[in-house]
Design a protein around this ligand. Structure first.
Ligand SMILES: Nc1ncnc2c1ncn2[C@@H]1O[C@H](COP(=O)(O)OP(=O)(O)OP(=O)(O)O)[C@@H](O)[C@H]1O
Ligand SMILES: O=C(O)c1ccc[n+]([C@@H]2O[C@H](COP(=O)([O-])O)[C@@H](O)[C@H]2O)c1
Length: 202
């Protein structure tokens, strides 16, 4: 049996907080590997402008290539239409029934989790590991963790990450304003964004 972390995201673009979050989960939960799983068409971002799958794949690949326990997963990119986490977990666990899945997320996702498709299935097929985001505090998460843990009879893990106030949205905005995003993303990803003129206009 392997313990597999899933770092799902739009990764538009992937940034340093995603990588720190995944590495912390790997270490703290004693995982065997982390799947970086770009979403195809996230249901809650249907109207957002997202760079092509190819660009997001390239950026994730560049970001994780030096880490032997980080793996790019095409599980959602290979599916047609809207991709739901519950369906992805069902597919993964039927392919590898002996593996245990840990779905890694930031606090914004934790507070939205009940609005996702079939939260019950998500929480029965995986354990959630959550990191405090930006200026939020652990205190603000405790009630939500206790509520979800009790309701869905699960054990939600809190990850000991530093609070990193980095978001893809802010990085896209900085680029639009001509500001630097150097060091918010790995150097390879920074060069890719600059070389491909990504996030410069509308
Ligand atoms: N700074 C952060 N701290 C903790 N978790 C984060 C952080 N940034 C992203 N995450 C988590 O990583 C996962 C994937 O995030 P996503 O790709 O949407 O990045 P994002 O920065 O939230 O993007 P956007 O600003 O476009 O919404 C989500 O579960 C999100 O909560
Ligand atoms: O399945 C759902 O209903 C659902 C709704 C919102 C988000 N998700 C997943 O949550 C992960 C983080 O999403 P995002 O948009 O914050 O990058 C990513 O894997 C999404 O597919 C899933």
């Amino acid at each position: 049996m392997s313990k597999i972390g899933i770092m799902g995201g739009t990764f538009n673009p992937v940034h340093t907080a995603h990588l720190i979050l995944a590495e912390t989960a790997y270490e703290q939960l004693g995982l065997d590997k982390i799947l970086f799983m770009p979403s195809k068409k996230p249901p809650h971002k249907m109207h957002e402008s997202i760079v092509s799958d190819e660009h997001r794949i390239q950026m994730v690949q560049l970001a994780i290539q030096d880490n032997p326990h980080f793996v790019l997963s095409y599980a959602e990119l290979n599916r047609e239409g809207v991709t739901y986490t519950a369906d992805t977990l069902e597919e993964l666990s039927s392919q590898n029934p002996k593996d245990a899945y840990y779905f890694i997320m930031g606090g914004d996702s934790l507070f939205q989790l009940e609005t996702w498709w079939k939260p019950n299935k998500i929480l029965s097929l995986s354990r959630v590991a959550v990191a405090v985001r930006g200026y939020e505090t652990i205190e603000g998460y405790k009630d939500q963790i206790a509520y979800l843990s009790k309701k869905y009879n699960t054990d939600i893990q809190l990850l000991a990450t530093p609070n990193l106030d980095i978001s893809s949205r802010d990085l896209r905005e900085k680029r639009k304003q001509g500001k630097s995003i150097r060091y918010y993303v790995p150097e390879t990803v920074y060069n890719y964004i600059v070389d491909n003129h990504l996030y410069q206009g509308d």
